[in-house]
Design a protein around this ligand. Structure first.
Ligand SMILES: C[S@@+](CC[C@H](N)C(=O)[O-])C[C@H]1O[C@@H](n2cnc3c(N)ncnc32)[C@H](O)[C@@H]1O
Length: 658
């Protein structure tokens, strides 16, 4: 009888060639072997995989169909077939085959993951989320699953109990490069309030028994790993948390020399001090607190040389002001308990000062508005971030652009092998580092007015081992001095802070190579209607931009609970000092409409290629079904008129020279 399968060494040889990406040789060998073993499941399956790589999807589909006919229990065959259906856009067939895989093997996590992807594509976010949770429950080490989970969580609020979710949130917040903590903050807050007894803790704080029960509360919070981690990665955008933390901070300060069970306070204070540092000490404080803090500060100053300082004193002070602000901080040799706080609030800032000396400038800033804007961001670099969402792997420029689905004929564009990219107004680096992670062989020039922002950016880029960004200081109006052109120019949240955005935009346009692409982010007049109203009040009341005034004005908004201003509390920026300054107290702010953008693009000889924000695009596509609608600004105008806050994350769009 003829054997059905060839011997193991032959199969291994084909797999070896395949893994070395020698697809043609692998194909030649497989084609030869299949003649001898026409019913080999393994070789037919490998042939299908090779043809998938070679993008011969129809042939691959035939081969995988043969595989499952030869062995209707072969789950890899069903899985490969499902993937092919998916690639061919036959999603219903893909779903059926993934389900078959799961019937055969309940632990086939990639099938759950891919089902999640299909449901996400269909905008069935809740269902997608369920499948990603299943994927990660089976394989908690599947990084791609976490990226997918994070992708859904950014646009979908899970407001029901789920017994696994907090564990996954914790994982996402612990990793430096999967997701911006801000982007999933509302979900994390829901997870904390629904899945833990945190609400009870808050009521413990608000009831008459507080502060007698302080130890108990701290112990309860200490058990909540997710909350402690959350406090260390972003300002928590929720007033209940803020109120409770303000009360606890004040109470610990009151009892700092009389605390029982001192040990339990370290863990909590390290997290609280990180939270206060990240929100740039936006919590309001009473005169009594200020008095007590000053007293401790004096005591430490006087005892710095005789070792009579305790770590709790230092930690509580670090909840009121960053350690580098205290003139004694350089003299302290931090104990192991203080190390984390010292790195965050002292060492990082010393490092940034060193970076500043190395950053080159292209010009002296002369424009009046640019000088004011520079000063603002020197005082308050924005945003101060910890973790961010990077691409899993960098790809060639053409592939990245292909994925954005722009209104261009990619076959007519000759992209450079080494993409030269300009990030104009890179701020604290989030944008530049994210872009750097997307493109293979990219060389990035990141420009900003503010040395302090650039130093923050450079420190974070080094921390993440991101070596292909050159950070430079200067006004984008002076870019011509560099005499350099780029394949891609990105400027998000920048032009609207210039004296004349059109002149800034024109300068950026002059930096484009032939066929180069440009990504622009601009404030929308409609989406910022409530902010305009608040800014007007600030102007009318002639409130000067000082930290104290920012904190007091914000406190007023929170306490008075003015309905008209209600949705300002939904903005993550409302929960940090530089955020509120950027949001409400900016020295210069222009806003745009789609009409105005179109008119500017006409003046600059630019054409619109499409919007960039996936959430906005998904919403638009639900109502405007024709593919060409995506590039029709009239339709986008109608869409914005019907959804006034849709561009609250700015208009972010691509364009190109005509
Ligand atoms: C709101 S931040 C946005 C930062 C970054 N694009 C992001 O998305 O995270 C605006 C940044 O633009 C910079 N900026 C404003 N006007 C500029 C100019 N004329 N030249 C260079 N940078 C400028 C500011 O210094 C600030 O860091």
């Amino acid at each position: 009888m003829i054997k059905q399968e060839p011997n193991k060494t032959i199969i291994e040889k084909i797999i070896f060639l395949f893994n070395k990406k020698k697809f043609i040789e692998a194909l030649a060998l497989s084609d030869k072997i299949i003649l001898e073993y026409p019913n080999s499941i393994l070789v037919t399956n490998i042939l299908g995989v090779i043809h998938t790589e070679l993008k011969n999807y129809t042939l691959a589909k035939k081969l995988f169909t043969k595989v499952i006919n030869l062995n209707p229990k072969y789950n890899d065959g069903f899985y490969n077939l499902a993937n092919i259906y998916n690639k061919l856009g036959e999603e219903d067939n893909a779903i059926r085959n993934y389900e078959k895989v799961i019937d055969l093997d309940k632990s086939y996590y990639k099938a759950y993951n891919n089902l999640g992807n299909i449901f996400k594509k269909r905008n069935l976010n809740k269902k997608a989320l369920e499948y990603y949770i299943l994927t990660l429950t089976i394989n908690p080490n599947y990084i791609r699953g976490f990226y997918n989970l994070a992708g859904v969580l950014q646009h979908f609020i899970l407001d029901e109990k789920n017994k696994y979710i907090n564990k996954f949130y914790l994982y996402l917040l612990e990793k430096k490069i999967i997701v911006r903590p801000n982007a999933i903050a509302i979900n994390v807050i829901n997870g904390l309030l629904l899945n833990t007894n945190l609400k009870d803790n808050f009521s413990l704080i608000e009831n008459n028994n507080f502060p007698k029960n302080l130890n108990k509360i701290i112990e309860l919070i200490n058990k909540n790993k997710l909350l402690l981690q959350f406090m260390k990665v972003c300002p928590i955008p929720n007033y209940h948390f803020e109120k409770s933390f303000i009360k606890i901070r004040c109470e610990i300060l009151n009892q700092i020399y009389n605390l029982n069970f001192k040990k339990i306070y370290f863990k909590f204070l390290i997290a609280l001090s990180a939270q206060c540092f990240l929100n740039e000490y936006i919590y309001s404080e009473t005169d009594e607190e200020i008095f007590k803090v000053n007293k401790i500060n004096e005591r430490i100053k006087n005892n710095i040389n005789n070792n009579e300082i305790n770590d709790l004193e230092i930690l509580i002070l670090s909840c009121y002001s960053p350690l580098f602000r205290y003139d004694w901080s350089g003299k302290i040799i931090p104990s192991s308990k203080l190390k984390e706080t010292f790195i965050l609030q002292y060492r990082n800032l010393i490092e940034e000062k060193k970076y500043i000396k190395k950053i080159k400038s292209i010009s002296n800033i002369k424009d009046d508005v640019s000088i004011k804007v520079k000063n603002q961001y020197e005082e308050n670099p924005y945003p101060r971030w910890t973790n961010l969402g990077l691409s899993i792997k960098p790809r060639p420029i053409k592939e990245v652009i292909e994925n954005i689905n722009l209104d261009i004929d990619l076959t007519k564009i000759k992209f450079s092998k080494k993409a030269e990219i300009l990030i104009a107004g890179c701020g604290t680096g989030q944008h530049a580092i994210t872009t750097a992670s997307k493109y293979k062989n990219a060389e990035i020039l990141a420009l900003d007015l503010s040395f302090n922002s650039l130093a923050y950016a450079k420190r974070k880029a080094d921390e993440l081992n991101c070596r292909n960004i050159n950070f430079i200081q200067g006004d984008l109006l002076d870019l011509k001095k560099m005499n350099k052109k780029f394949d891609i120019v990105e400027s998000v949240g920048v032009l609207h802070h210039m004296n004349d955005p059109l002149i800034g935009w024109k300068t950026l346009t002059s930096c484009l190579k032939k066929d180069a692409l440009m990504l622009i982010g601009l404030y929308s007049e409609k989406a910022r209607a409530n902010i305009i109203n608040i800014r007007q009040t600030i102007n009318d009341l002639k409130i000067e931009t000082t930290k104290k005034n920012i904190i007091n004005f914000r406190k007023d908004i929170l306490i008075k609970d003015n309905k008209k201003w209600h949705n300002i509390k939904d903005s993550p920026d409302f929960y940090s000092t530089s955020g509120v300054r950027d949001l409400l107290f900016h020295v210069k702010e222009h806003r745009f409409t789609i009409k105005k953008i179109r008119s500017h693009m006409n003046k600059l000889g630019l054409v619109f290629l499409g919007f960039d924000d996936s959430y906005v695009l998904e919403r638009f596509k639900k109502e405007y079904k024709q593919p060409e609608d995506l590039y029709n600004l009239n339709k986008w105008e109608d869409f914005e008129n019907a959804n006034q806050r849709i561009f609250s994350g700015m208009y972010q769009f691509w364009c190109q020279k005509k």
